[in-house]
Design a protein around this ligand. Structure first.
Ligand SMILES: C[S@@+](CC[C@H](N)C(=O)[O-])C[C@H]1O[C@@H](n2cnc3c(N)ncnc32)[C@H](O)[C@@H]1O
Length: 209
């Protein structure tokens, strides 16, 4: 289901310092999911992370992958990510300000792309999937775990409250909508899971066909 609204960089500027607490409140299994995804991607050589935010996923990814490029469109979110990675001692992460819909890398630059909790914020998620597909090598892995604001009545109610506070929700994913979207864009889903929480996360890992 689609809700009105569009991604708003001002939202992330205003909420960057509160993001980790809020995200963990909505789904306390996020760190476990991030570690599991990092293990699934272990063995990849060079991974692009889109909408990395404060680095909840970047930190375990950096431990598993030799070369990580962590990107986001919000400088304020990236400031927190930078601090997190500095504290963890990671030396293998390039941090860049990047719009996930306009990637400058040539085709096949990465063998993994991670975009956690981004697709529900984009008016045109297919455009992001197309860009991710372009920069992946054939057989490359895409991981898109995404808060599913339409998963159940409680999630929908929480989502409506978040929207009233300015949260820029666009798509309230439910059922099979996320894997179907990914498969419709030239990927084969190799793993899917539902991570229970106040806002459940639908986790999808897919291979570029
Ligand atoms: C819900 S947070 C997710 C952060 C992190 N991936 C996580 O799961 O904890 C959404 C992030 O998407 C970023 N974002 C939204 N639209 C974007 C776009 N078009 N390109 C890059 N980043 C974007 C925001 O700046 C914000 O940091």
């Amino acid at each position: 289901m689609r809700a009105p609204g569009s991604p708003d960089p001002a939202y992330w500027r205003l909420h960057a310092r509160r993001y980790d607490r809020a995200a963990l409140l909505l789904n306390r299994r996020l760190p476990l999911l991030a570690s599991r995804l990092a293990e699934i991607l272990r063995g990849r050589r060079r991974v692009l992370e889109l909408a990395a935010g404060t680095g909840l996923f970047s930190e375990p990814l950096a431990r598993a992958i030799p070369s990580l490029v962590a990107t986001d469109r919000s400088p304020e979110m990236l400031d927190i990510l930078r601090g997190r990675l500095a504290s963890s001692g990671a030396r293998n992460v390039e941090i860049l300000l990047v719009d996930a819909l306009h990637l400058d890398w040539p085709p096949g630059e990465f063998d993994g792309v991670v975009a956690a909790n981004l697709l529900h914020l984009l008016p045109d998620p297919a455009a992001m999937l197309a860009e991710s597909r372009r920069v992946l090598v054939p057989g490359g892995l895409l991981a898109v775990p995404t808060f599913a604001h339409g998963d159940n009545p409680l999630a929908r109610a929480v989502s409506r409250l978040l929207a009233l506070s300015g949260f820029p929700i666009v798509t309230r994913f439910s059922g099979n909508a996320l894997p179907r979207l990914v498969e419709s864009r030239g990927f084969r889903v190799v793993l899917r899971d539902r991570i229970a929480g106040i806002l459940p996360i639908h986790a999808v890992v897919a291979r570029k066909e």
